[in-house]
Design a protein around this ligand. Structure first.
Ligand SMILES: C[S@@+](CC[C@H](N)C(=O)[O-])C[C@H]1O[C@@H](n2cnc3c(N)ncnc32)[C@H](O)[C@@H]1O
Length: 289
């Protein structure tokens, strides 16, 4: 593995911070070396010093930026990760969403398209938005009563990494990935088998859209949502960045909307706008003000 000087480390971590907001402290040098070493030749660099010089010069092209982003983002995810937020989603949030969908359909019956919108902010390889969609399918099937349908719901999955987004769009998972979080019954219901792989079925896929989005950018074009899942991403950012992101979530949430964070994340000292509710082990943040 190539070696990196303190100076090079500073240049590289400053660049990573500038493009995606990820804060890499002094203790992360080994991680950065480990992740970037294999891509140095792809970046056209013989050493970390070469890379640091290139970054310091500026004018980094899109492909180099993408390669650094893909290498430096942590994309760990799984279906129904941590389980309890999905219990809260199914039992507490979805009944409210069914009511909203019904109400909005009655009010504007001629308008086509999703009546309830949800956002999986750091969707990674897609397990999070697809888990949400599987719950929507189950709840609609059991309680839709012929009044609410899958297509009344829309989920937007976003991520900054092009590599994970293309896998999310493909919706194809290996045996180890489906073994993490999915029961046999869910696999049978929501996937189509392709050799050893499992492909998300059309019913689930058709309500999930993916697009590239850097959460450090302004949210002006992103839309308005009833539910936001922003799990296991804020931990990588500075407090200032977290404050900015949380206040924008508040602005774009529909009245009485819901926000769920990761298990190691909270709003302490960051935002006072949201009302908190507990459901089992899950803290639900709501826009009730
Ligand atoms: C650890 S994964 C979390 C996946 C999923 N939310 C979960 O909890 O299982 C974090 C994701 O955040 C994405 N990410 C990092 N910085 C980002 C940014 N500035 N904007 C959007 N996504 C970002 C990474 O590419 C990665 O896929």
């Amino acid at each position: 593995m190539a070696n990196m000087s303190q100076q090079d480390y500073k240049s590289i971590t400053r660049y990573v911070f500038d493009i995606c907001g990820i804060v890499l402290g002094d203790d992360k040098q080994y991680l950065v070396e480990q992740r970037l070493s294999p891509v140095l030749p792809d970046l056209g660099c013989a050493s970390f010093q070469d890379l640091a010089d290139k970054l310091n010069l500026g004018g980094i092209n899109f492909l180099v930026r993408e390669k650094i982003l893909n290498a430096m983002t942590t994309n760990e995810t799984s279906f129904f990760r941590d389980e309890h937020p999905y219990v809260a989603f199914r039992e507490k949030i979805m009944p409210d969403m069914l009511d909203r969908a019904k109400e909005r359909k009655e009010r504007s019956w001629a308008r086509r398209g999703a009546k309830v919108s949800m956002w999986s902010v750091a969707a990674s390889t897609g397990q999070e938005p697809y888990s949400m969609a599987m719950i929507i399918a189950d709840v609609v099937n059991m309680r839709g009563m012929g009044l609410v349908f899958m297509e009344d719901f829309g989920i937007l999955g976003t991520d900054i990494s092009s590599k994970v987004l293309s896998k999310a769009i493909e919706g194809k998972y290996g045996p180890l990935e489906v073994a993490r979080g999915l029961t046999q019954d869910m696999r049978n219901k929501h996937f189509v088998k392709d050799g050893d792989f499992y492909v998300i079925n059309d019913k689930i896929r058709k309500i999930v859209d993916f697009k590239s989005f850097n959460i450090q950018d302004p949210f002006t074009q992103i839309g308005s949502f009833d539910v936001i899942f922003c799990r296991n991403i804020l931990i990588y950012f500075s407090d200032d960045a977290k404050r900015k992101i949380l206040s924008q979530f508040y602005q774009i949430l529909a009245p009485s909307g819901y926000l769920l964070l990761g298990s190691a994340e909270n709003m302490y000292n960051l935002n006072n706008d949201f009302t908190t509710e507990r459901y089992g082990a899950t803290t639900i943040y709501r826009k009730l003000g």
